[in-house]
Design a protein around this ligand. Structure first.
Ligand SMILES: NC(=O)c1ccc[n+]([C@@H]2O[C@H](COP(=O)([O-])OP(=O)(O)OC[C@H]3O[C@@H](n4cnc5c(N)ncnc54)[C@H](O)[C@@H]3O)[C@@H](O)[C@H]2O)c1
Ligand SMILES: [Zn+2]
Ligand SMILES: [Zn+2]
Length: 361
């Protein structure tokens, strides 16, 4: 059995997205069908549409989502119909070499649904990040459903499913911020501002926001930036050094993901400091840097996939902190939109008008 619903598909490289009728199979063993309530528009969706991730068109876009479990397949015990869940793209396997070494956040064999969602002519869809949630109902592996307190607004909760968790975790998990740290964040979109919020939560003593857009810098202060630098008009390396006693920040997070922003991060950190790359570069980008600088400056150069989060641990925690008033996740939701407004949301993302547009169903 299956059902037909509406979803947002990227049919061909660079072309505007379209609403298509999609066939969603009933859940098989280990799978669940989730009725989507909200799904944020992330820059990664735009990367997919532009061919920046891979060429497996057509893509079913959307992956920062929350909803209600509608049905589950055989053998599913962790979630049941009626549960409020955030969808994750790290359903850990429990048996790969990372999981067996007690590092499930690095799992190399994460689960997705086995069955495929298709167009009505049978064409198989590639769901963005193994989710695909700009759709009325989606099919996922049951492990991709993380139960959280249903008191949270769905539009707010969904954002933890990708960008906001990636940013929070880049600071909290990968960057391991502690209270006497100085932190700089380059790129203050949803991901960068979440990194700023994470740095504040961990008690960083100084948080420097860098962006090319003054509106973004204004928003960054609302998440906890203590200082802002517009890198269009000011050299960001010099500005970060000046704000940190001439030394550079202990941790610099690159939430843009371009060679030039990574180099800024590299040179704006203190000796023995840490760089965390959370922005996603495209496959054409190359980095050239003197190896002697890599050696001579010491420290650690890391990348952060999904903020090194473990959804079962981190999603409920972040929702609880939000409900206690300690994490202003609601500020990420600039606007709520309908399913057919995703293309317009991409345009707004490019002009910097929004932090997150969230499709609400
Ligand atoms: N690592 C992960 O797991 C993960 C998860 C989600 C998103 N991402 C990636 O994180 C990045 C940011 O995502 P987002 O949704 O916040 O995007 P966004 O478009 O909302 O924000 C990007 C911000 O960077 C700023 N910017 C662009 N070029 C800049 C430059 N040269 N210097 C300084 N600032 C600059 C923009 O003004 C904007 O404010 C994307 O590459 C996205 O794919 C990574
Ligand atoms: Zn594993
Ligand atoms: Zn995302």
């Amino acid at each position: 059995m299956s059902q037909q619903v509406r979803g947002v598909v990227s049919l061909a490289k660079g072309a505007p997205v379209s609403i298509e009728t999609i066939v969603v199979p009933d859940p098989g063993p280990g799978e669940a069908v989730v009725k989507i309530q909200a799904c944020g528009v992330c820059h990664t969706d735009l990367h997919y549409r532009e061919g920046g991730i891979n060429d497996d068109y057509p893509f079913l876009l959307g992956h920062e989502a929350s909803g209600i479990v509608e049905s589950v397949g055989d053998g599913v015990t962790d979630v049941a119909p009626g549960d409020f869940v955030i969808l994750n793209w790290r359903a850990v396997c429990g048996s790969c070499r990372a999981c067996l070494r007690g590092r499930p956040h690095l799992c190399f064999n994460t689960h997705n649904a086995r069955q495929k969602m298709t167009l009505t002519d049978g064409t198989e869809l590639s769901p963005a990040l193994g989710i695909g949630a700009f759709i009325e109902k989606t099919l996922v592996a049951a492990g991709q459903c993380t139960k959280v307190d249903p008191a949270v607004r769905p539009a707010v909760a969904g954002l933890l499913g990708c960008g906001v968790m990636a940013g929070l975790g880049a600071a909290l998990n990968t960057g391991n911020v502690s209270r006497d740290d100085t932190v700089a964040v380059i790129g203050c979109g949803g991901v960068g501002d979440a990194a700023i919020a994470g740095a504040r939560l961990a008690g960083a003593k100084r948080i420097i926001a860098v962006d090319v857009d003054d509106q973004k810098l204004q928003w960054a202060t609302e998440f906890g930036a203590t200082h802002t630098v517009n890198s269009r008009s000011t050299d960001p390396v010099a500005a970060i050094q000046e704000l940190t006693g001439g030394f550079g920040a202990d941790l610099v997070i690159d939430a843009v993901g371009r060679p030039e922003t990574w180099k800024t991060a590299f040179y704006a950190r203190d000796l023995a400091g840490t760089v965390v790359l959370v922005g996603v570069p495209n496959p054409q980008m190359q980095l050239e840097i003197p190896l002697a600088d890599v050696f001579g400056r010491g420290g650690s150069l890391k990348s952060s996939w999904y903020g090194d989060c473990l959804p079962s641990r981190d999603f409920p925690t972040m929702v609880d902190l939000h409900l206690q008033g300690r994490l202003p996740l609601e500020k990420f939701v600039t606007e709520t939109i309908a399913l057919d407004e995703v293309e317009a949301a991409f345009a707004k993302m490019s002009t910097g008008e929004v932090l997150r547009s969230v499709v609400v169903l």
